[in-house]
Design a protein around this ligand. Structure first.
Ligand code: HEC
Ligand code: HEC
Ligand code: HEC
Ligand code: HEC
Ligand code: HEC
Length: 483
């Protein structure tokens, strides 16, 4: 006759005899309270450090599950004096056949079900909050600190700083979730083995088509008309004169029932399918553009290079990312970065020639961030000491503020540890100084069809220029009511 206490003793003995089970049991017992406590702290947001999440979901969680599995495997496969697996079965059979034993077996079943429920609950909690942890900005942006610091910093300063990384990089649906976990594991290995590229390569190959991510929040069909864009800049003269460029951007629309597609977002209208061939994988040089129309006709625009039928390296259908390649990781040019700091007052505009001097320093080459910071501080102070001793003496505070502003402008855009300099990542929205980037990869006037049609390079195709680098432009006075 076997009794309930026997089976518990047998279990305990089985666990004690099988080394595998013993280790497993010790592991689960130690981890269980720590794990439950940590998950609660994490769920209620008491601790937000990304490494804490890593310890819970990537270390403690798996160890807990491994422990449970070890206990079970140890019991099932341990061959000793008491074969617990068979023993239990035998016991149950016996108990079921004996009506008097019914309450005992109920207790046993109750205990078993209870323990299983607790474990399942903890595992469910682990899965649920582990999933959220892996989707969190902290895990994607801060965990591999040095590697992701540039993207994370630029993201923090962008209009999308409240949009989680996964909204753009993964989007919804199981297929992309699985893909992202596979590529994520590869990335973790690359970080562990230190084989990742510096800087991280862009464009990102295998990025989800932008229309499936951006269009979860933005609807270019509903855009319309023109948008006033005012860009403030500061000249390199003694007074750092503020000038403005005023453009009327033809944002247009991808068209819906009430408006037909027009302007800049004409490219993403459902009826216009534009594909292109680039000569290298960075997509900087576009040799051939094909426009498919709903009536089945197509137009092929080629540059002289495209006509030679050179090896086409990359072929792609145009989407949001071909213009908005930097919606969130916006690295500014040195001029833009300094202008913004002066605009915000972080760099005091009252310092004579501060724009010119700051620009000369930040565009220098530095091997480390610390090197850049100290060079910025000494060079600015020395220059004012030499050329404006009066300011250096009486306006020390303002000078310190300027130093901090210039250092920040540098630090937010240049990352020597990841070999990211000014202009490592070019922004395709617009055309910038070099007239062969952004829109001008197609709109420079050298893409022609056989019939001689050219992709427009007319300045008024995309915007009306109302003022260009003017101090106090008339148009702004008019708009503001002549004040
Ligand atoms: C608004 C959408 C959006 C958000 C939010 C976003 N990204 Fe990106 N990310 C992009 C796009 C678009 C690219 C560039 C794609 C291309 O050119 O192929 C990119 C590129 C990258 C790259 C490649 C290097 C580079 O700069 O081109 C890394 C790494 C990256 N993102 C990480 C992150 C991390 C980490 C976060 C969260 C902190 C994040 N991203 C948030 C859209 C986004
Ligand atoms: C989860 C929602 C979400 C997703 C996904 C998203 N955005 Fe945005 N986006 C926003 C919000 C919110 C703003 C407004 C921010 C503000 O006004 O400060 C914005 C602003 C913008 C702006 C205007 C920026 C400016 O300077 O005013 C552009 C352009 C843009 N998004 C492009 C994109 C592109 C391209 C993608 C896909 C790669 C994308 N967005 C994905 C939510 C999203
Ligand atoms: C041909 C290039 C191009 C393509 C393709 C494109 N955009 Fe734009 N988009 C622009 C330009 C240029 C602007 C105006 C930028 C500015 O404000 O100076 C803009 C503005 C925007 C804005 C801000 C609108 C506003 O009124 O402030 C959003 C949001 C946006 N685009 C989203 C998208 C999304 C989503 C897609 C893909 C479905 C897309 N764009 C495709 C070039 C493009
Ligand atoms: C294919 C469309 C397109 C064409 C053609 C075009 N531009 Fe632009 N331009 C843009 C876009 C997009 C921007 C960026 C607006 C922004 O910064 O948000 C821009 C920005 C500018 C700026 C402001 C730059 C700044 O930020 O200070 C100037 C000035 C300018 N363009 C002049 C011109 C002139 C001159 C021509 C004719 C030779 C021209 N553009 C042709 C699309 C175009
Ligand atoms: C991959 C090539 C390509 C790129 C990059 C590109 N375009 Fe275009 N765009 C075209 C083609 C092709 C047409 C149709 C031919 C034409 O109208 O000249 C066009 C037409 C246009 C039109 C006229 C649309 C209409 O109403 O008929 C505007 C405005 C425009 N593009 C703005 C831009 C801006 C702004 C950018 C950069 C932010 C840009 N494009 C980048 C290929 C491109």
């Amino acid at each position: 006759m076997v009794r309930l206490t026997d089976i518990i003793t047998a279990f305990a003995k089985g666990i004690a005899r099988s080394r595998v089970s013993l280790v497993g049991a010790m592991l689960t017992t130690i981890i269980f309270p720590l794990l439950v406590g940590s998950i609660i702290l994490d769920l209620f947001g008491y601790i937000t450090n990304p490494y804490f999440g890593f310890v819970i979901y990537m270390v403690m969680g798996p160890l807990f599950i491994i422990g449970l599995v070890m206990v079970i495997l140890g019991l099932l496969f341990f061959k000793g004096k008491v074969d617990v697996g068979l023993f239990t079965l035998e016991y149950l059979r016996e108990q079921f056949n004996d009506p008097e034993r019914f309450t005992r077996i109920r207790k046993l079943v109750f205990l078993g079900v209870f323990l299983t429920c607790v474990n399942l609950f903890v595992m469910g909690l682990l899965g649920y909050s582990g999933y959220h942890y892996m989707e969190s900005v902290g895990f994607c942006g801060q965990f591999c600190h040095t590697v992701m610091n540039p993207e994370y910093t630029a993201y923090k300063n962008s209009p999308h700083s409240r949009v989680a990384c996964v909204e753009c990089h993964i989007g919804s649906g199981a297929q992309w979730f699985v893909k992202s976990k596979i590529s994520g594991s590869r990335q973790l290995v690359a970080v562990a083995l230190d084989t990742y590229p510096r800087p991280i390569e862009t464009p990102v190959h295998g990025l989800r088509p932008a229309r499936e991510t951006c269009e979860e929040c933005h609807r270019p069909e509903l855009f319309h008309g023109e948008k006033l864009v005012i860009r403030d800049q500061f000249r390199s003269d003694e007074t750092n004169t503020k000038v403005a460029t005023v453009l009327l951007m033809k944002v247009g629309s991808a068209g819906d029932r009430t408006v037909s597609s027009h302007g800049i977002h004409w490219h993403v209208a459902p009826e216009n399918r534009i594909s292109y061939k680039a000569t290298d994988h960075t997509r900087k040089e576009i040799a051939e553009v094909t426009l498919f129309r709903p009536d089945g006709s197509l137009k092929v625009y080629r540059t002289d290079k495209g006509k030679k039928d050179g090896p086409e390296v990359e072929s792609r259908v145009m989407d949001c990312i071909d213009c908005h390649n930097r919606p969130s990781h916006i690295y500014l040019t040195p001029e833009q970065a300094l202008d913004r700091k002066i605009q915000e007052g972080a760099i005091p505009a009252e310092l004579p020639y501060i724009k010119r001097q700051a620009l000369a320093i930040v565009t220098g080459k530095f091997d480390t961030l610390e090197g850049a910071r100290s060079a910025i501080a000494t060079q600015i102070k020395n220059w004012y000491q030499k050329n404006y001793p009066e300011i250096a003496r009486s306006k020390g505070e303002i000078l310190e503020k300027a130093v901090k502003g210039v250092q920040d402008a540098y630090e937010e855009n240049v990352f020597p540890a990841m070999k990211i300099d000014w202009n490592t990542y070019t922004n395709h929205i617009g055309h910038g100084e070099a007239f062969d980037v952004g829109c001008f990869r197609c709109h420079a006037g050298d893409h022609k069809t056989e019939a001689g049609e050219v992709i427009s390079a007319d300045c008024n195709t995309c915007h009306t220029i109302l003022a260009e680098n003017e101090a106090n432009p008339q148009i702004l006075k008019t708009l503001r009511g002549n004040e």
